[in-house]
Structure formats: structure tokens, C-alpha cells
Design a protein around this ligand. Structure first.
Ligand SMILES: O=C(O)CCC(=O)C(=O)O
Ligand SMILES: [Fe+2]
Length: 280
């Protein structure tokens, strides 16, 4: 399984990017327009947020799903018995945010979303005609006016040694959304599963961006782009006292977007959230 590392500025970047997504569901971008310093600043500020009891004042709103999700209510991956070992904050431009963290994180949100719009344009241009013709509207337009796109600030706490048997930082799962933009985390652990069931780390240097296909793009492309299973493994003994931060942006279409003959984006999302146990 070879996830391509693509130079964003090279003339053949759109084609190499699309091919990597088609073959592996993942691609890595270097020389892309999001400054590493912006991501580093966010990691540092949010690490402090997660270390402070103040976070409990920002507990998520069950209806709107914005705010802080503590470890005891974190997701359980589909088909998995244990909750993931993580806590996170759901950032939406319309959502609640601690004032000192607001400007940075929303600036990042906008920048990553804008890059994603470009990448959706690449995918639609480079995909074979029969795949592109199957999209009910241009991919890059599916996110226009969407308020569903979610930026998740994720913190995987250090391991204390008393974790439930079998619990991992993020159990094997696929992303629900259209496309995910994920800056390299501040510690290793992300792995992808190949078609034989073997796991591989995603080679990625600090500052690079990982992009992966979600279930909605798989659905909209009738399986041409695979939504590849991935996970975050627990650290070995030498680094179990270190936490890990990551910052996935999950691009969501407007709810009324028709993904396929079977689903609108909203119907798809509700079905998957029920499976995850986060809505009833
Ligand atoms: O933390 C990571 O590197 C990946 C997280 C992830 O896959 C997710 O939240 O869907
Ligand atoms: Fe994921």
C-alpha cells in the first residue's frame, strides 16, 4: 500500500493526488498553503486547554454537538466494544468557543476548508469522466453554504496504565464525511489498513497534511474512491506518558446534497451517527 507524498506546487499534483486517493483512500501533501506555525500554535494552546479544569465549563451541547467531549463519553467505533481513549472539542464557526482560542482556530478552519475546496476541484477534474458524471453536483459545490463541516481538536491523554482491556486511542474506523484534512499529529500512531488486512503507518513529516476519503465520497463515487479503514494505536512503554494532539477537519456537504440514488448527505449522516451511538 503506497500512500503518495505529493508536492502541492508541482504541475502533476492534481493527477498524483487523485491517483493516490483512488488507490489507497489517502494522500499526503507537502508544500501546501497551510503554515506549520499555525498548526503548532494551535497544538500548544489547546494542550493547555485540555490540561485545565476549565474545559468542563465548555461541555458539549447534546443537540448542537459543539463544545468539549470528555473521555467518558467519547466515541465507540462501529463494531468495537470499548470507548476510544480520547477527549475532544468540536469547533463550528457558529459554535461555542473559549474567547482566547477563538481567532486562531477559526482562521485555521477557514484556511483548511478553502484548501479542501481546491482539492475537491482537483478530484472532480482528474477523475474519469464516468465517475465525475455520476456526481449529482460538482464536488466543490457540495460544501458551499454548509454549516456541517466539523473541526475536531483531539487530545489523546497519556496512558495511565489502568485503561480497560482492549481500549485504544482510536479503534479501526472509516470517516463518515466527504474528505478529511488532517495535519501531521504531534506524535506517531496513525495507521491505515490495506486490502489484505495488514496495517501500515502513514509516512508523514511534521508540517505535512494527510488527506483521506470519507464514506460520503465513496458513496458519491460509487466506490471508485475507497473510504479506507484507519486507527490510532497506543504508544509503546517508552512514550506512554506523552499525550497526542491532532486536528482533523471533516468536510460535510450541505444536508440537502444528493450523494447517490440511496442517500442525501443528511440521511447518510443520521444513519451513521446512530451506529456510533452519539445520537438516538
Ligand atoms: O488522530 C488522528 O491522527 C486521526 C483521528 C481520526 O482518524 C478521526 O478522528 O477520525
Ligand atoms: Fe478518522
Amino acid at each position: 500500500m503506497h500512500v503518495q507524498n505529493v508536492d502541492y506546487t508541482s504541475p502533476d499534483a492534481p493527477q498524483r493526488f487523485m491517483t493516490s486517493l483512488k488507490e489507497t483512500g489517502f494522500a499526503v501533501l507537502r508544500n501546501h498553503p497551510i503554515p506549520f506555525s499555525q498548526v503548532e500554535t494551535i497544538y500548544a494552546r489547546w494542550e493547555a486547554f485540555f490540561a485545565s479544569p476549565d474545559k468542563y465549563r465548555w461541555r458539549f451541547d447534546p443537540q448542537r454537538q459543539d463544545g468539549y467531549f470528555p473521555p467518558e463519553i467519547s466515541e465507540t467505533a462501529k463494531g468495537h466494544g470499548q470507548r476510544d481513549l480520547k477527549e475532544y472539542y468540536h469547533v463550528y464557526p457558529w459554535g461555542r468557543l473559549p474567547e482566547p482560542l477563538r481567532d486562531d482556530i477559526l482562521a485555521y478552519y477557514r484556511r483548511a476548508e478553502s484548501l479542501a475546496r481546491t482539492l475537491l476541484g482537483w478530484i472532480e477534474r482528474e477523475a474519469p469522466a464516468e465517475v465525475a458524471e455520476g456526481f449529482h453536483e460538482p464536488l466543490s459545490r457540495m460544501i458551499d453554504g454548509s454549516e456541517q463541516t466539523l473541526l475536531r481538536v483531539l487530545h489523546y491523554p497519556p496512558l495511565a496504565g489502568d485503561e480497560p482491556e482492549g481500549a485504544v486511542r482510536a479503534a479501526a474506523h472509516e470517516d463518515i464525511n466527504l474528505l478529511t484534512v488532517l495535519p501531521a499529529a504531534n506524535a506517531p500512531g496513525l495507521e491505515v489498513r490495506d486490502r489484505h488486512g495488514d496495517w501500515h503507518p502513514v509516512p508523514c513529516d511534521p508540517g505535512q497534511l494527510i488527506i483521506n476519503v470519507g464514506d460520503m465520497l465513496q458513496e458519491a463515487s460509487h466506490g471508485y474512491f475507497p473510504s479506507t479503514t484507519h486507527r490510532v494505536t497506543n504508544p509503546g512503554d517508552d512514550s506512554r506518558h506523552r499525550g497526542r494532539l491532532s486536528l482533523p477537519l471533516f468536510l460535510h456537504p450541505r444536508p440537502d446534497v444528493v450523494l447517490s440514488e440511496r442517500y442525501t448527505a443528511d440521511a447518510y449522516l443520521q444513519e451513521r451517527l446512530r451506529e456510533l451511538g452519539v445520537v438516538s
